[in-house]
Ligand binder design. Structure first.
Ligand code: ASP
Length: 351
């Protein structure tokens, strides 16, 4: 089943690449091997970015790879023990939120007022339940709050002070807003403030300082898929700006009838093209493979419009794909039959 799926995808990709279009040859698609019929899979990303190999120190790269590996292993331990996908997603993404090296939780990008305001969401594929928080500023782990919204309320999204209030009431760990602020992000804010926000977006749509998000997709032992994403958004974002990450169907989507997707990139584009839902709809209604559907959205549709970034996606048959149109997409994958493998740059495979 999986092999047949792959060969259709390969044929379609060859057909797409054969057409003379610059946009279609830019961007990378990676379908990591997760073994034959694995009992569970976790695939994560740590944000799309423009930093190339020459611009990032080996130490910095090693820190990213170590954090990604720790996140995979934390999620995998739960999946192996039979936990549901959202529990594994929360465990994995909490590690990346707690690390100052990713744009989520501590070390999140700062808005124009110098504050970290977090967006996060989670969705489970067997009953389409979903939860999210937008613009929270005191929840230590926004992904945990997104899961609590999904599991403890009848709502899908809470925002701002309401989200903070709910998380405190739910007994989640809270933090002083200063806990999230790192020196690196302060410097990035000062740099961005010196530029014109809108001109910068047009001239340099995927500046490392302005983006970077973390996300995960999971297939659990019950055969259910789920997805989660958490971010600080973009540096110097307008006060009150909400990106694609907390929006179900834009930055996150999961359904057992198609696939699970977590996105990272220029949020406004992912919102306007409802990327995560569209990928799954193509799989479900157009019969496209996961790889072809993801490629269609990220490389063939968004990129020509100027929207860059990437996704990690997974389907109930166990196919996994990373698609990226940026120099790097911090990422990793692990399954019941394959060890944790990670990568930073788009021109290298996970290993
Ligand atoms: N998509 C996020 C946003 O626009 C940023 C990112 O993924 O890097 O808020």
């Amino acid at each position: 089943m999986m092999t047949a799926h792959r060969s259709v995808a390969v044929a379609l990709v060859v057909a797409v690449l054969a057409q003379p279009s610059v946009a279609q040859t830019e961007g990378t698609t990676e379908t990591p091997d997760v073994g034959e019929s694995p009992a569970w899979i976790i695939a994560i990303h740590g944000g799309a970015g423009s930093t190339t190999r020459d611009e990032l120190s080996t130490t910095a790269e090693e820190q990213l790879l170590a954090d990604l590996t720790a996140a995979l292993e934390a999620g995998a331990a739960l999946l192996d023990a039979g936990a549901p996908g959202p529990a594994a997603i929360e465990a994995a993404l909490k590690i990346l939120e707690d690390s100052p090296h990713f744009n989520a939780g501590r070390g999140a990008a700062l808005d124009e007022h110098g504050q970290a305001r977090h967006d996060a969401s989670i969705m489970q594929g067997h009953d389409l339940k979903a939860g999210g928080v937008a613009g929270s500023s005191r929840i230590k782990n926004p992904i945990a709050a997104a899961r609590a919204v999904m599991e403890k309320t009848q709502n899908v999204m809470l925002h701002g002070e309401g989200a903070d209030w709910f998380a405190a009431e739910a007994g989640l760990e809270m933090a002083d807003p200063l806990y999230f602020v790192t020196e690196k992000r302060r410097e990035a804010l000062l740099e961005q403030r010196a530029k014109n926000r809108d001109a910068e977006t047009v001239a340099n749509p995927y500046n490392e300082a302005t983006y970077g998000t973390v996300g995960a997709v999971v297939l659990d032992r019950d055969g259910n898929v789920s997805a989660g994403t958490t971010t600080g958004g973009r540096t110097n974002k307008r006060y009150g700006r909400i990106g694609d990450t907390p929006i179900i169907g834009a930055g996150t989507y999961a359904s057992n009838t198609s696939c699970a997707v977590s996105a990272t990139g220029h949020g406004e584009y992912f919102m306007r093209w409802t990327v995560a839902r569209d990928i799954c709809a193509r799989v479900e209604f157009a019969g496209e493979s996961l790889e072809e559907a993801s490629r269609q959205l990220i490389i063939d549709t968004l990129l020509p419009q100027g929207g860059t970034g990437g996704v990690v996606a997974l389907d109930p048959s166990g196919n996994v794909v990373f698609v990226m149109t940026t120099a790097n997409l911090k990422r990793g994958v692990m399954s019941s039959s394959t060890p944790a493998r990670v990568a930073v740059y788009s021109d290298e495979p996970i290993k």
